[in-house]
Design a protein around this ligand. Structure first.
Ligand code: NAD
Ligand code: UGA
Length: 458
């Protein structure tokens, strides 16, 4: 079969895999190949046990794989044979040298650019899918256009806005698709080529275009604004606990103002995930680089409040449990950074588990999808943590349950049975405010929500 367009994606991760599966599903006339340096990851994409858990992904891959969607480790061949190249390699926070702990580590990114240059035999459109510091496209252009052999590369920015756990829905019905390009004849033509791909299923008014730097920056700013809302409501949750107000009531009242809106106002143990913290730090680094100390400081506080909220949760547990956790069994319900994913990157659960272990608590971790990742996150604590998939058995004999991920399954458990199996007095710390607190209290639990007065029996 001949395909109209040949598309490559370098990086078969949480973004590359689902995004390309959606393009393949919606564009049967395109051949989509996803390559990665990690052979185990590619083998998993080619198996029945995909490397990531995401609702709806299995079905999408089942209908497209080996039809017009292919997973491979042959990067060189992929570059040679395709005309449109998405790059969705990881861009973590730099852990060494200048900008360590703040700036984006662009080594995977630059390596990819050099490989594209080395193996290309024809002109290509190269698309930034990874989240990158503003002006990365300029560096990309400089690397790519350093060989004078008639081959041209047009660099576009097309940031991804999907959220884990809802990735397939987000990809199928995106709020917007953003394409940033150079305002030149070639740049605009490349932009149209990419827009035509999305036009196969995204309404035209949702495909928006901009300059390339605006596009790169819009991605960082979107994540910063989302995270800022969470830090705002979490900061208010601390005040609610002191003032005997209820943060759920406050966020409902505030969110009904149509200028503010109701989403992303759930108080919690803090945001996790691979991107919010990294992207805000990246933004902070950029501001400092341009000498904008006040702006940097403003955004940095979003991360500081998030760290504070996690520590506050542990301190509240300590305070409630008579200022000592040593030798006490504490069961964690949920380890993923949010529900409906097995991803634990930057999950507040990692910090909380480690702090509880520091206090010499006996920690039991339970999660329906993230236990494998949890084991590797706490590998250095081997022997000190127990892992148990079933939340009811996990809580048995414990003094407290700390609900850290908002998995639906926790709402419908037999709390009477759980209470009876626990050490007394039994505590529930609901880090997501999803349980029926009054019911748990009536059963006998001492209940500590986030941003609400606790329900205590003493
Ligand atoms: P990931 O770590 O899951 O996947 C990245 C993949 O790139 C890995 O499999 C890695 O092996 C591969 N890779 C690295 N260097 C390579 C190279 N030189 N050649 C081939 N493959 C290489 O990361 P992710 O979560 O998919 O994120 C990718 C980018 O997308 C990041 O910049 C991230 O900020 C951004 N992003 C992520 C999400 C999300 O929900 N995870 C959402 C939007 C944007
Ligand atoms: C986030 C953004 O929502 C995506 O648009 C973006 O593409 C992505 O980051 C990225 O660039 O990686 P994601 O991190 O997958 O997506 O998930 P979110 O739903 O944003 O949740 C992030 C964290 O915030 C989770 O720990 C979640 O539990 C927490 N959260 C979210 C709250 O604590 N309260 C809320 O009201 C909402």
């Amino acid at each position: 079969m001949t395909f109209e367009k040949k598309i490559l994606c370098i990086g078969a991760g949480y973004v590359g895999g689902p995004t390309m599966a959606m393009i393949a599903a919606k564009c049967p006339h395109c051949r989509v190949t996803v390559v990665d340096i990690n052979p185990e990851r590619i083998a998993a994409w080619n198996s029945d046990d995909l490397p990531i858990y995401e609702p709806g992904l299995d079905e999408l891959v089942r209908v497209t794989r080996n039809r017009n969607l292919f997973f491979s480790t042959e990067i060189e061949r992929g570059i040679r044979e395709n005309d449109i190249i998405f790059v969705s390699v990881n861009t973590p926070t730099k852990s060494f040298g200048l900008g360590a702990g703040m700036a984006a580590d662009l080594q995977h990114w630059e390596k990819t650019a050099r490989q594209i240059l080395e193996f290309s035999e024809t002109s290509k459109i190269v698309i930034e899918k990874s989240t990158l510091p503003v002006k990365t496209a300029l560096a990309m252009e400089r690397i790519l256009n350093c060989r004078q052999n008639g081959i041209c590369f047009d660099v576009l920015s097309n940031p991804e806005f999907l959220a884990e756990g809802t990735a397939i829905r987000d990809l199928e019905r995106p709020d917007r698709i953003l394409i940033g390009s150079r305002n030149t004849e070639r740049g605009l033509k490349a932009r149209q080529t990419l827009a035509d791909i999305y036009a196969n299923w995204v309404p035209p008014e949702r495909i928006i275009t901009s300059g390339i730097w605006s596009s790169e920056l819009s991605k960082l700013v979107s994540n910063a604004f989302l995270a800022q809302r969470i830090s705002s409501i979490n900061a208010i949750s601390a005040l609610c606990e002191k003032a005997e107000a209820d943060v759920v009531e406050v966020s409902r009242a505030v969110g009904m103002d149509s200028r503010i809106g109701p989403k992303f106002l759930n108080a919690s143990i803090g945001f996790g995930g691979s991107c919010f913290k990294k992207d805000i730090l990246n933004l902070v680094y950029l501001c400092r680089y341009y000498g904008l100390e006040e702006v940097a400081h403003y955004w940095e506080n979003v991360v500081k409040i998030n760290d504070y909220q996690q520590e506050r949760f542990v301190r509240n547990m300590m305070g409630a449990m008579f200022n000592t956790l040593a030798g006490k069994g504490i069961c964690l319900w949920g380890f993923a950074f949010k529900a409906n994913t097995g991803d634990t990157r930057e999950s507040p659960a990692i910090f909380i588990a480690r702090r509880l272990l520091e206090e010499q608590a006996e920690v039991v971790v339970s999660d329906p999808k993230a236990l494998q990742n949890a084991r590797s996150d706490l590998a250095d604590m081997e022997g000190r943590v127990r892992f148990e998939e079933d939340p009811v058995s996990a809580a048995e004999g414990c003094h407290a349950i700390a609900l850290l991920t908002e998995w639906d399954l926790y709402r419908g458990l037999d709390f009477q049975k759980i209470f009876q199996s626990m050490a007394q007095p039994a505590f529930i710390f609901d880090g997501r405010n999803i349980l029926d607190h009054q019911r748990c209290f009536d059963i006998g639990f001492n209940v500590y929500p986030v941003g609400k007065p606790p329900l205590r029996h003493f």
